[in-house]
Design a protein around this ligand. Structure first.
Ligand code: ZN
Length: 244
């Protein structure tokens, strides 16, 4: 089986479409695994939701998804993010709201646990340090876990002796699944934050036992122009060009 792993689309239709095209170029996938934050920040929440719904997929809820339907308090977001969420909430039709309301926080699939933030705090925790990774390995039972939320591609490994390490996740080399437990972040589709503005995603090939990272350029300017037209915070559109 081949699974496409996508996270943090953030209503960036140009990035999402570029990723789908790139996935197609690498061959068929059996299912899409989406790690949440489909909406928020970007200018195309409705279209991104519609496009995702058309794919054979499973998806967990992200903090922006929940905030956009009033399930999370906006006080916990920074002012730019909160402004974008308020705008997003006005764009959603009843079908969008119903879809977002139905998203679970945790999904188990083929040896993987899927969450947005972390297995300990599925919606909120940023899993970016070895110390938090070490604690989080106790919060899921499957061999592997997929997280989004930080928009930074990375891998944490817990070896058989329990020792945790950080492994850079780059497009050069696939992450082979062995006996060590892993927490993997495929980076963000719609708002990368690792200094590389290209959209980020991964493909898991279960026959080969490999998760591979891919980066794909998209028309950043097209997304920025739409954001300006909708009066979304300027800082949110500027950061897209820098991948931060
Ligand atoms: Zn996000």
């Amino acid at each position: 089986m081949r699974y496409a792993i996508i996270a943090d689309i953030h209503a960036n239709l140009a990035a999402f479409k570029a990723v789908l095209k790139d996935i197609e170029r690498h061959g068929e996938v059996d299912e899409f695994w989406c790690l949440g934050d489909i909406v928020g920040y970007g200018p195309d929440p409705g279209q991104c939701l519609e496009l995702l719904r058309r794919l054979r997929h499973v998806c967990v809820a992200g903090n922006h998804d929940l905030a956009a339907i009033g399930r999370l308090d906006l006080a916990s977001f920074n002012p730019d993010a909160a402004a974008a969420i308020r705008w997003t909430a006005q764009q959603l039709d009843p079908q969008d709201v119903q879809y977002l309301e139905g998203l679970p926080s945790v999904i188990k699939r083929d040896g993987f646990t899927l969450v947005h933030g972390s297995p300990r705090e599925p919606v909120w925790e940023y899993l970016v340090s070895i110390s938090s990774a070490r604690e989080n390995f106790a919060y899921f039972e499957s061999p592997f876990c997929l997280v989004g939320h930080s928009h930074v591609p990375l891998v944490f490994r817990q070896a058989e002796d329990g020792i945790c390490s950080y492994i850079p996740f780059s497009t050069d080399i696939g992450q082979v699944l062995g006996r060590s437990r892993l927490i993997i972040n495929p980076g963000g589709v719609g708002q990368p934050r690792d200094g590389d503005p290209r959209a980020s995603y991964a493909i898991y090939d279960s026959d080969a036992g490999v998760v591979r990272l891919y980066r794909v350029a998209y028309d950043i300017n097209a997304t920025q122009l739409k954001m300006m037209k909708q009066n979304l915070p300027v800082r949110l559109s500027v950061r897209l060009a820098h991948g931060v």
